[in-house]
Ligand binder design. Structure first.
Ligand code: MN
Length: 499
């Protein structure tokens, strides 16, 4: 099964998304590492910048094939040829509604334009993919006519776009079956997610014999987006037992790179790559997965397979097995009675509507076990000052006692919070590398004097993640306190705890 990624074309058409040339190249390289077969790098006629980006991607020496998009217009095709792409993807509206109201051409004229475009592309020695745009709302006899005509003109592959996402899987299956009875060229599908069925429709098309599928990272694309690459590929590999060239262990990092470049956040509940895709909180489920992961996970698909991590979240649904494991992994040894008390306190916090951070868990454990609050915090911040504004680069200076030494560092950043957090990280020096894995800032009450609550997760070089929270009226101080708290906890856990 061939995977055609259109993150850089349909995905970039996501309202509000626009990528720089460097970002497009970076994503193209990542898709190459991921092992997709072919990417649609852009629509070269759209702008000079777009043409330059497609040219650079086509010339970047990647293993994957590069495709450019064109209408059935010679100038569009010439722009693709100028970029030296491997394949030109040419499309024209075929549904009555689009044909009559947008391009204002007769059915016969549309067939002529399509045949001319395909012949022109083939005369220039390029692979050609043809799309009857809005195919799923096109009258079937006419759709078959145009498909026969482009096949005869030498088209290498026909894409069947569900342009406005109106199909259901059973209808998609029948449509692909009928198209296969009409033409012999390989078929590809392009599904949109207007009803949340893009992936289901894509897999139905594959069942009916399509041999290539169009997808995007994080399901980006026009309106509700396209079929998501990670979901489609994992269904193919682990439910259908089909093969693709995708190296699934890079799925998570690819999703995060595209999230970062586009600014479109991956929903927490997103399958495969969402924060919660392999997270468990309820006592029944966590007990199960701690014994054997396939008790409450699909089994055929593990977080390791997609480069993600399993996460046990503590909260009001937590059970004692999960709490015990979390406490013990921090080096504490607790008895049954203490464990029951700790569990009660966690549930109390959960009932107040708060997520329970690692730092909360350790503080509760220490207080119940009677561990004296340690004053040997690894980092003890003494002074923080920040300068910000539109005439200076945001700069922060932090003075702190670090492992017994007094240190002062200054650091610049994109804003005061970034500058201050960078300063705290550089306090650690070369020996300890800590990366900020997650940062959430929330204004608890309305108004400019709102209490700011910051939750930060930090990760060390071994992949251990610890999170902590702090609330202050000053967002810089709340951020610094949360980070210092998380780092101190991380160092405590690495040192094996104090029980
Ligand atoms: Mn589309």
């Amino acid at each position: 099964m061939r995977i055609f990624d259109t993150t850089l074309r349909d995905g970039e058409q996501t309202p509000g998304v626009s990528l720089s040339l460097e970002q497009k190249l970076e994503i193209a390289r990542q898709l190459d590492k991921l092992g997709v077969d072919i990417i649609e790098a852009g629509f070269p006629i759209a702008s000079l910048g777009e043409k330059k980006a497609v040219t650079e991607i086509a010339g970047a020496g990647l293993n994957l094939q590069v495709c450019g998009l064109s209408r059935v217009i010679r100038a569009d095709i010439d722009a693709c040829l100028d970029c030296d792409v491997d394949m030109v993807h040419t499309f024209v509206s075929t549904s009555d509604v689009q044909r009559i109201y947008t391009i204002e051409k007769s059915r016969e004229e549309v067939v002529e334009l399509a045949v001319d475009a395909v012949e022109y592309i083939k005369d220039h020695g390029r692979a050609c993919m043809f799309s009857a745009m809005d195919a799923t709302r096109t009258e079937i006899d006419y759709l078959n006519n145009i498909h026969r005509a482009v096949e005869e003109a030498g088209c290498d592959i026909i894409n069947v776009p569900d342009t406005v996402g109106v199909m259901v899987p059973s209808a998609m299956y029948k449509l692909i079956e009928r198209i296969r009875e009409t033409v012999a060229v390989p078929l590809d599908v392009h599904c949109h997610n207007d009803y949340g069925l893009a992936v289901a429709n894509s897999t139905a098309a594959i069942e009916a014999g399509a041999s290539q599928v169009q997808v995007t990272i994080n399901g980006l694309g026009e309106r509700a987006g396209n079929a998501d690459l990670a979901e489609t590929v994992m269904i193919l590999h682990t439910i259908y037992g089909a093969e693709t060239g995708v190296r699934t262990e890079h799925l998570f990092e690819t999703s995060r790179l595209v999230e970062q470049c586009t600014g479109v956040r991956v929903p927490q509940l997103m399958p495969i790559v969402g924060e919660n895709a392999f997270a468990h909180e309820s006592g029944i489920h966590t007990h199960g997965v701690l014994v054997r992961t396939d008790t409450f996970e699909p089994g055929g698909m593990t977080p390791e397979m997609v480069g993600h991590k399993r996460r046990i979240v503590l909260g009001k649904h937590a059970g004692k097995h999960a709490v015990k494991q979390a406490i013990e992994s921090a080096g504490f040894v607790v008895g049954e009675e203490q464990l029951a008390e700790i569990l009660d306190r966690i549930k109390e916090l959960g009932d107040k509507g708060k997520p329970v951070t690692d730092s909360d868990l350790y503080a509760i454990t220490e207080s119940i076990m009677g561990v004296v609050a340690r004053n040997e915090q690894f980092i003890d911040v003494k002074e923080v000052s920040v300068m910000t504004g539109n005439i200076i680069t945001p700069t922060a200076a932090v003075k702190a006692c670090v492992g017994g030494d007094t240190r002062v560092v200054a650091n610049t950043g994109v804003g005061p919070v970034d500058a201050a957090l960078g300063a705290v990280q550089s306090l650690l020096g070369e020996g300890t590398k800590v990366r900020i894995h997650d940062f959430k800032l929330e204004a608890i009450s309305g108004g400019s004097d709102a209490l700011a609550e910051v939750t930060i997760a930090v990760e060390d070089e071994t992949g251990r993640i610890v999170n902590a929270r702090a609330a202050r009226e000053d967002i810089v101080m709340a951020s610094v306190e949360a980070l210092v708290n998380a780092i101190n906890r991380l160092i405590m856990v690495r040192g094996g705890g104090r029980a």
